[in-house]
Ligand binder design. Structure first.
Ligand code: PXP
Length: 244
């Protein structure tokens, strides 16, 4: 079976720094430790309200990362321009509302096809691979194909927040079907949101999924275990789920 990559989201290292307005902890250092510990890419979300990641972090990460930068961003002109200059390897298009605690739902690509297509064309023109963050819905996958992308990130939030085992099994099935559909169209299929040490393996076992992006659980575990161990443990669980 093909392998699976771990993208470590270091936003919440920056959240802690911003809470006190200090220079530490530094998400750039966190990215370095994550890379040494098995991360295949580093994910950062430059939010409009700058609640965690700052431009300074992106500039330093762009110069120091040894793997790939996956920049999560809204469909907004200032951040689109910044991405065109920064040229991360990957951009994940996410919906963004100021008042949300975290990204709450997938991007409605079907409803916003024109704007997504235009953003994808601009980012692809400077060599960036674009993956819209969508709910696991075949209609959204089809809309992504119409928008000209060949990668998607499936939103695992409903799976992660399912109230009981039956609901979780239903959500896993939705993820499986959406992943199959996307893979049948030749897409790279990523997934993420709300994944943690106790729920990651059934998602990591889906053979069509080539990358998981995980932040909160890893940074939270790092408080007790250290970041290197937190990243290595997550990667080990993912690879174990993947082995036959
Ligand atoms: N993928 C996307 C598109 C996200 O917006 C987020 C949250 O920033 C994640 C993955 C990671 O989610 P979590 O922090 O719950 O692991």
């Amino acid at each position: 079976m093909s392998s699976i990559h771990l993208g470590v989201n270091v936003d919440h290292v920056a959240t802690l720094r911003q809470a006190r307005g200090t220079r530490f902890p530094d998400p750039v250092m966190a990215a370095w430790v994550a890379e040494q510990s098995g991360a295949d890419s580093i994910t950062v979300h430059l939010r409009e309200d700058r609640r965690h990641i700052q431009e300074r972090d992106l500039e330093l990460l762009a110069r120091t990362l040894q793997t790939r930068m996956n920049l999560e961003m809204a469909l907004a002109e200032p951040v689109l321009r910044l991405a065109e200059t920064l040229r991360p390897a990957d951009c994940c298009l996410v919906p963004e509302r100021r008042e949300e605690l975290t990204t709450e739902g997938g991007l409605d690509v079907a409803a916003d096809l024109g704007r997504v297509r235009e953003a994808v064309a601009r980012l692809a023109a400077v060599g960036i691979r674009v993956a819209p963050f969508i709910d696991p819905d075949p209609a959204q996958v089809d809309a992504c194909a119409a928008a000209g992308v060949r990668s998607v990130e499936l939103h695992t939030g409903r799976y992660a927040e399912a109230a009981d085992a039956a609901a979780q099994a239903r959500e896993l099935e939705r993820l499986r079907q959406a992943a199959r559909h996307a893979a049948s169209l030749g897409f790279d299929v990523h997934a993420g949101h709300g994944l943690h040490y106790h729920n990651v393996q059934p998602v990591a076992a889906l053979p069509e999924i080539s990358e998981l992006n995980i932040g909160h659980a890893i940074v939270a575990r790092a408080v007790f275990d250290g970041l290197a161990t937190a990243v290595a443990t997550m990667k080990r669980l993912m690879l174990a789920a993947r082995s036959p």
